[in-house]
Ligand binder design. Structure first.
Ligand SMILES: Cc1cc2nc3c(=O)[nH]c(=O)nc-3n(C[C@H](O)[C@H](O)[C@H](O)COP(=O)(O)OP(=O)(O)OC[C@H]3O[C@@H](n4cnc5c(N)ncnc54)[C@H](O)[C@@H]3O)c2cc1C
Ligand SMILES: Cc1cc2nc3c(=O)[nH]c(=O)nc-3n(C[C@H](O)[C@H](O)[C@H](O)COP(=O)(O)O)c2cc1C
Length: 589
């Protein structure tokens, strides 16, 4: 590889839920260790036309629903796909790609794979082999990231050798903090909700927050209605983005544990020193530790490997150092897994065990991950409920392998919202798209809270007088967790919907349980007619575990039995439906 003189790199990331951004920060720190100056940008903040004049671009790309690219990548990706681009367009550009994905999904890291292929097709030079982080790995994304960083570093040094007089910064040297915090004495400053300044966000008032599952049922699922003063626009399939606020008691407990209880409400000025390291979105220049740990940083998250790296810098205790060294050594990855990831220990719990760690306040944004906003499918049609958004939200409540009770951060926040309370939310385009022709039938498969976008879709269709609607809903008990049952029954009585429900636990003990996919198999002939003769569109929504694959297998089965196609032909049929956007999945873990 020939060398280049300008020692700089562009790190372009595309993230949907923030992990790729954290990885980009980590890559930038690695570049800094070898004195390469890097600029870190989200792909949607970068002009694709400038790519041609870059020397080196490191792409960090996650994967979202059905193997699609994150929204932030779409514009750049569409430009790269143009058929009139010459094959030597990027002959002066070096690149590598780190993909983030999850092998539990069918299309593992597709955007990263496709991007690498396309760039090579346009003449760009691979700096080094890319890598793909997998959420299913023992160490999550870090399982592939840490070894890849080593490869990346040595390839970078080959392309951009260290100038004489400079040494690689040893990995045990504490990196500088990305911010500096200064106590502010400015009495003029008031801390207001920074989402107020973001025009994408709208103020919503909680109209109702009611439980849809029976009181004596173990799962708490809420129907939440949010009202707006002005008209709002959204389409069926769109999602809302909600920024959770951690419960005040938990924040207080955490700040006391950290020894910051007395400082919690001091007004601080935040100076962003190292711009190659990101700060949480919407962070104000002035804030307090209480606000920061309520709204921006997540001490309830299961920590990543790099968190333990920082603890190693900030403990003075020999035994703790030894334990942390063990966790950080690649040979002992299983110990870190057993200690932390398997049992889902939180950052707060780890900190309560490593009692000698003293975190300097300037390092909080390096050590604690951002508190991520969560997405929820809209469960209403704006045509039926103007100035209103409905949600169907499952409260996350479970016990870890250590029998510690846990609650989801955002669902807990939503659960305690009372009518009249306000919050700021934004909407985003989802994946589902209704056929523009109202005569085309739709088949909705939405078990559990997967019914949320289906309610939006069905309400919208009925408003449009499109009555060729079928819903396959799945729950455990017809009496306990059949969300919106009375609505489905009414539509059904009015011939606006064919409602099929699988209640998996209602049958007698020992008899095979029925799920949505079983109903699809029962209805094979009808399904095939809808698909083949009527050109039906299929929507699948809900849990991303085995459900979507089982539903597709059931559709394949229907095609094999009713259309006398081979398994290969039936699979190709489903593949084509997906390709033509006649079968769309919106699933989440
Ligand atoms: C496009 C999209 C649409 C969505 N729509 C909806 C919707 O309509 N309704 C809805 O309820 N949710 C929906 N979600 C999911 C939602 O965004 C949140 O992920 C969910 O509410 C959990 O957030 P939380 O903050 O409460 O939980 P978190 O604090 O994020 O905790 C969730 C994590 O806890 C762990 N966990 C959960 N249960 C268990 C268990 N039993 N055992 C072990 N570990 C466990 C898992 O690691 C899980 O990732 C959607 C997600 C996406 C991406
Ligand atoms: C709704 C949703 C859909 C996903 N779909 C896929 C997928 O099709 N293929 C894949 O490899 N990973 C998929 N993933 C996994 C993410 O790519 C992975 O968790 C990644 O670390 C997220 O990175 P981000 O936070 O930067 O977006 C999906 C995750 C979610 C939440």
């Amino acid at each position: 590889m020939s060398t280049v003189d300008l020692r700089q790199a562009l790190i372009l990331y595309a993230t949907e839920t923030g992990t790729a951004q954290e990885v980009a920060d980590r890559v930038a720190r690695e570049c800094r260790r070898i004195h390469i100056c890097s600029q870190v940008l989200s792909m949607d903040a970068y002009s694709a036309e400038d790519l041609i004049s870059e020397i080196l671009v490191i792409f960090i790309v996650s994967t979202t629903g059905s193997g699609a690219e994150p929204r932030a990548m779409t514009v750049l990706w569409n430009k790269l796909l143009r058929s009139d681009l010459p094959p030597d367009l990027f002959e002066d550009v070096h690149f590598t790609v780190f993909g983030l994905g999850d092998t539990a999904y069918e299309k593992f890291c597709w955007p990263a794979k496709r991007l690498a292929r396309r760039l090579e097709g346009l003449g760009a030079h691979k700096l080094c082999e890319g890598a793909e982080g997998d959420e299913q790995h023992l160490l999550g994304i870090d399982g592939a990231l840490e070894p890849w960083l080593k490869t990346l570093s040595s390839s970078l040094l080959e392309l951009m050798p260290l100038p004489t007089g400079l040494d690689i910064v040893p990995s045990d040297q504490t990196p500088p903090a990305r911010i500096s915090l200064v106590n502010s004495t400015n009495p003029q400053v008031t801390t207001i909700d920074p989402l107020e300044h973001d025009n994408d966000y709208r103020l919503a008032t909680v109209k109702c927050n009611t439980r849809t599952t029976a009181q004596d049922w173990n799962q708490d699922v809420r129907h939440i209605e949010l009202d707006f003063v002005d008209d709002i626009q959204y389409s069926p399939g769109d999602v809302v983005v909600i920024h959770p606020i951690t419960h005040a008691d938990e924040v207080e407990k955490f700040l006391t544990q950290m020894g910051w209880g007395n400082l919690a409400d001091e007004l601080l000025e935040i100076h962003h020193v190292y711009k190659d390291q990101s700060l949480p979105d919407h962070l104000s220049h002035f804030s307090t530790l209480r606000t920061i740990f309520s709204r921006y940083l997540d001490f309830n998250a299961v920590p990543r490997r790099s968190f333990f790296g920082y603890l190693r810098y900030f403990t003075s205790d020999g035994a703790e150092k030894e334990r942390l060294d063990e966790f950080l050594s690649p040979e002992h990855a299983d110990e870190l897994y057993d200690y932390c990831f398997r049992v889902r220990r939180t950052i707060q719990e780890v900190l309560s065990e490593f009692r000698n760690v003293r975190i300097p306040k300037n390092y909080i944004f390096d050590i604690f991950p951002p508190l991520r906003p969560r997405q929820f499918s809209i469960a209403s049609s704006v045509k039926k409920h103007p100035r209103s958004i409905h949600l169907c939200v499952a409260m996350i409540k479970y016990k870890t392998k250590l029998k510690i009770p846990r609650r989801g951060v955002c669902s807990t926040y939503l659960a305690q919202l009372q009518p009249g309370q306000e919050l700021r939310i934004r909407t985003l385009k989802g994946l589902l798209r209704l056929p523009s022709d109202n005569n085309i039938p739709i088949i909705c498969v939405g078990p559990g809270t997967g019914v949320a976008p289906m309610r939006a879709v069905i309400e919208e269709r009925i408003q449009r007088k499109a009555f060729g609607n079928t819903l396959y809903f799945g729950c455990r008990s017809s009496k306990k967790d059949q969300h919106y049952a009375s609505e489905w029954q009414l539509y059904s009585a009015n011939h606006e919907l064919i409602y099929r429900v699988a209640c998996s636990r209602d049958g007698p003990e020992g008899v095979k349980r029925t799920y949505v996919q079983d109903l699809i198999i029962e209805d094979a002939a009808r399904i095939w007619k809808l698909l083949d003769e009527d050109g039906a569109h299929v929507f699948i929504s809900g849990s991303s575990n085995k459900m979507p694959a089982a539903v597709k297998a059931a559709l394949i089965h229907a095609i094999i039995t009713c259309a006398s196609r081979s398994e290969e032909q039936a699979s190709q049929y489903i593949f084509d439906l997906e390709k033509n956007r006649r079968l769309i999945e919106e699933c989440w873990s």
